[in-house]
Design a protein around this ligand. Structure first.
Ligand code: F6R
Length: 243
């Protein structure tokens, strides 16, 4: 079930997402967060950091599981999702390092690691999963056609996703072709989902997510079956929704 919030500015979008996550971090102890990278949650993370610094909100009892990680980037690469999380959140709050979990992207047996990650995420009972959405409707890196019963797996990134993410690299050639992503199963198992969508490029995917037929060709449509999804949209991302 969707609760939909539409705001005029990206600042208001970020503020709303921040308020929801902060409330859970404040109230529930211990807490498990499911986290996303990408541009959509950046303003939310900035507010969480500011709030930690100003108000002392503590992450000592927080564990985190990230949605995905690129395969093929050297450890510590600036565009790895671990680097992103360090720069946007982990380095600035008091979350214990051992509580931070990213999908393994550097082992000889990525498939086995992915299965173990899936078990760990499910056992951790994510309290709130933060999501962005791809212009093609992907959630995590569950690209169009991913089975709804998928668990954490190695993904070949679609061309449009590599194009979308090329802005973070010097050129499209540097964008990895593979990633490890939580599956739809782990995302749907989260108690609550907060999905942030900003900009015109997301408008069609947002419309499909809410009104489209539930189908694997548009992965986000599965969210119609989740009992507690908060959609936080700017007016561009909401531009194809009826009033
Ligand atoms: C990131 C992730 C992706 C992004 C999506 C939107 O961890 O799993 O699904 O959320 O590609 O990316 P942005 O926010 O950069 O538009």
């Amino acid at each position: 079930m969707f609760k939909i919030h539409v705001y005029k500015s990206v600042d208001e979008v970020s503020q709303k997402a921040f308020e929801i996550v902060k409330k859970i971090v404040d109230v529930d102890h211990p807490v498990t967060l499911g986290l996303a990278t990408g541009s959509s949650p950046v303003g939310m993370y900035a507010r969480l950091v500011e709030d930690h610094e100003k108000n002392g909100t503590s992450y000592k009892q927080v564990s985190s599981y990230n949605l995905d990680e690129y395969v093929g980037l050297p450890k510590g690469h600036l565009q790895s999702y671990l680097s992103f999380m360090n720069e946007n959140l982990f380095d600035y709050v008091d979350i214990p390092r051992q509580n931070i979990h990213m999908p393994s992207a550097h082992s000889d047996d990525l498939k086995k690691d992915a299965q173990e990650y899936s078990k760990a995420v499910l056992a951790a009972h994510v309290d709130v999963q933060v999501l962005g959405i791809g212009s093609n409707g992907h959630i995590g890196f569950n690209e169009p056609g991913t089975p709804f019963d998928s668990i954490t797996h190695v993904v070949a990134l679609k061309e449009e996703t590599r194009q979308d993410n090329a802005r973070f690299f010097n050129s499209i050639d540097e964008v990895p072709e593979y990633a490890v992503s939580m599956g739809i199963t782990e995302i749907m198992a989260a108690k609550k989902i907060v999905l942030i969508a900003i900009g015109n490029k997301k408008a069609l995917a947002v419309k499909e997510m809410i009104h489209g037929k539930i189908r694997e060709e548009v992965p986000c449509t599965i969210l119609q079956k989740h009992p507690d999804v908060v959609l936080i949209l700017d007016k561009e991302a909401a531009s194809l929704l009826d009033d």
